[in-house]
Design a binder for this molecule. Structure first.
Ligand code: CP
Ligand code: NVA
Length: 309
């Protein structure tokens, strides 16, 4: 049976840890110039209905470094953009390629695609979730702090796909997540309720960012208007006043706290330029790690050690 990565619930705890370990191995191999062509001859299709710098580049470079190839499929250019069904597209792509990564709007689109595809499907961001990002962020935290267990991660800002994915991860793995979101911009209700139900001592939602950030090991933020919400930019800017991760807010976290952002960032909005470019920021290491973790994900899903049919 093929395996997909559509949400954080698609991985067992053992698979999370295996991915982190393999990402570290492949990062070291790359540094040492040792090739790891475990996907030689394999082809990944990448359907993008939204813009991307990191996700597109990291998946494409990942496939090159794994000895395979990636094909960029803009939804503007393939027939899905002209109304060919998701189901038919999934069946057709399954006849040509070995895996597909999709960045789109609705989570239901990737779910439907995965139902009809006979090849692994990876969620490269939907309005609801961004699992590859959170996997890579946890790997970065392990790299910097030696572990994620028992750390306090504070997420400040919009209850968007990144916040939802953090919640899913907190429901599965033993770290503390405190979020601060303004009224009407909380995370998805179903995801929040499930996380609170499954990890009641690990998840807390605040209104006041200062409460969320107090004694945090990691302070994390993301844009106030995500892709597809451009027309709400002005309204959101007003609603998020007081939610900027700046020097004053960071002082409430642990003295050694690190700052993360999935990027792209808007300096002066969700994060001050001083914090973004300051000594506590690990955002560029975080962005680099997308590549190493993507390789581990692709190898797990498309490599030879697939689960038995
Ligand atoms: N963080 C992230 O997914 O970046 P892109 O939108 O550039 O892919
Ligand atoms: N929340 C952002 C994340 C970008 C990587 C968006 O969806 O646009």
């Amino acid at each position: 049976m093929k395996k997909d990565l559509l949400t954080e619930y698609d991985l067992t705890i053992e698979e999370f840890d295996r991915l982190f370990a393999r990402s570290g191995e492949m990062k070291a191999e790359l540094r040492q110039g040792r090739p790891h062509p475990s996907l030689a001859g394999k082809v990944l299709g990448m359907i993008f209905e939204k813009s991307s710098t990191r996700t597109r580049l990291s998946f494409e470079v990942a496939m090159i470094q794994l000895g395979g190839k990636a094909i960029f499929l803009s939804s503007r250019d393939i027939q899905i953009g002209r109304g060919e069904t998701v189901a038919d597209t999934a069946r057709i792509l399954s006849r040509y390629i070995d895996g597909v990564m999709i960045r789109t709007f609705g989570q239901e689109m990737v779910e439907e695609f995965a139902r009809y595809a006979t090849i692994p499907v990876v969620n490269g961001l939907t309005d609801l979730l961004h699992p590859c990002q959170i996997l890579s962020d946890l790997f970065t935290i392990i790299e910097k702090r030696g572990r994620y267990e028992d750390l306090k991660i504070a997420y400040v800002g919009d209850g968007n796909n990144i916040a939802n994915s953090w919640l899913n991860a907190a429901a599965r793995l033993p770290f503390h997540l405190s979020l601060a979101c303004p009224e009407r911009y909380e995370p998805d209700r179903t995801i929040l309720d499930r996380a609170v139900r499954e990890a009641p001592r690990s998840v807390a939602l605040y209104r006041d960012p200062r409460e969320a950030v107090r004694d945090a090991d990691i302070v994390y933020t993301d844009v106030w208007a995500s892709m597809g919400q451009e027309s709400e930019k002005d309204v959101r800017e007003k609603a998020f006043q007081g939610y900027c991760v700046d020097e004053a807010l960071l002082r409430l976290a642990k003295p050694e706290a690190l700052v993360m952002h999935c990027l792209p960032a808007h300096r002066g909005e969700e994060i001050s330029a001083g914090v973004m470019d300051g000594p506590r920021s690990i955002v560029f290491d975080q962005a680099e790690n997308r590549l190493h973790v993507q390789k581990a994900i692709l190898e797990m899903l498309m490599g030879r050690q697939r689960r038995p049919e």
